[in-house]
Design a protein around this ligand. Structure first.
Ligand code: IMP
Ligand code: MG
Length: 214
């Protein structure tokens, strides 16, 4: 799948910047004081809002075709999949249920790196139903692989997976997502639900943070 890298610089509020850091748009309110922006407040767009919307529409059509007559529950993994969930389900003209799980990789000093904490307070009753697990990004694969097993343990008829993004060269667990929006290079990305330290989720595009975050 081809995806363009437009290399447009934006500030964190989503305003386009010229190389010198000034806003390029006419008719938009000028950002308060761009010269106060620190380096971390400028991001580089990897996938534009239009590209995401088009791809999400395509994924919705595929899912719709694949789940005709099947009792579908989309189980979204919080918090990162919040935005793609909202957009994707509105592209699927089928009866479906939506449920939420929360998963986070705890990397504290006292636990193994990447140990997964799963909050199933809002876990659905999936017995006898088809489950489509939805996450923002497939990185090492631990999150999705673990949750596929959890859904099967809870009696799901069939468990499939969908991700907006898949990072190349990072996977540690063998899992092939059934639906994948975009493959991206190994970079830390934010926006469209993905965060850095709970920031940047609201950006309508996917962007790479400057290397100061690495
Ligand atoms: P995995 O278990 O390593 O596949 O991790 C998947 C989770 O890590 C995702 O649900 C994200 O929350 C998080 N993650 C991985 N890569 C990124 C990234 O580049 N930006 C933001 N979150 C990420
Ligand atoms: Mg996540």
């Amino acid at each position: 799948m081809a995806w363009a890298v437009p290399s447009v610089m934006m500030d964190r509020a989503g305003r386009r910047l010229l190389p010198g850091g000034r806003p390029s748009s006419v008719g938009e309110a000028a950002p308060p004081s761009l010269h106060h922006l620190e380096g971390r407040d400028v991001v580089e767009i990897l996938i534009t809002e239009a590209q995401i919307q088009e791809r999400v529409r395509e994924l919705g059509r595929q899912i719709e075709a694949d789940y005709q007559g099947r009792p579908l529950t989309i189980v979204a993994i919080l918090t990162g999949s919040l935005i793609v969930l909202a957009d994707l389900i509105r592209q699927i003209q089928l009866p479906l249920r939506v449920a939420l799980l929360q998963a986070s990789s705890y990397k504290g000093a006292t636990t193994t790196a990447g140990a997964l904490i799963i909050n199933e307070s809002f876990a659905p009753d999936v017995a006898g139903r088809d489950v489509l697990l939805l996450d923002d990004i497939l990185d090492t694969g631990h999150t999705l692989a673990t949750l596929v097993h959890r859904m099967s343990d809870r009696g799901a008829l069939r468990v499939r997976t969908a991700v907006l993004l898949r990072k190349k060269g990072r996977q540690e667990v063998q899992i092939e997502p059934d639906y994948c929006g975009f493959e991206i290079p190994d970079a830390f990305v934010v926006g469209y639900g993905l965060d850095f330290d709970d920031d940047y989720r609201h950006l309508p595009y996917v962007a790479v943070l400057p290397s100061s975050h690495d």
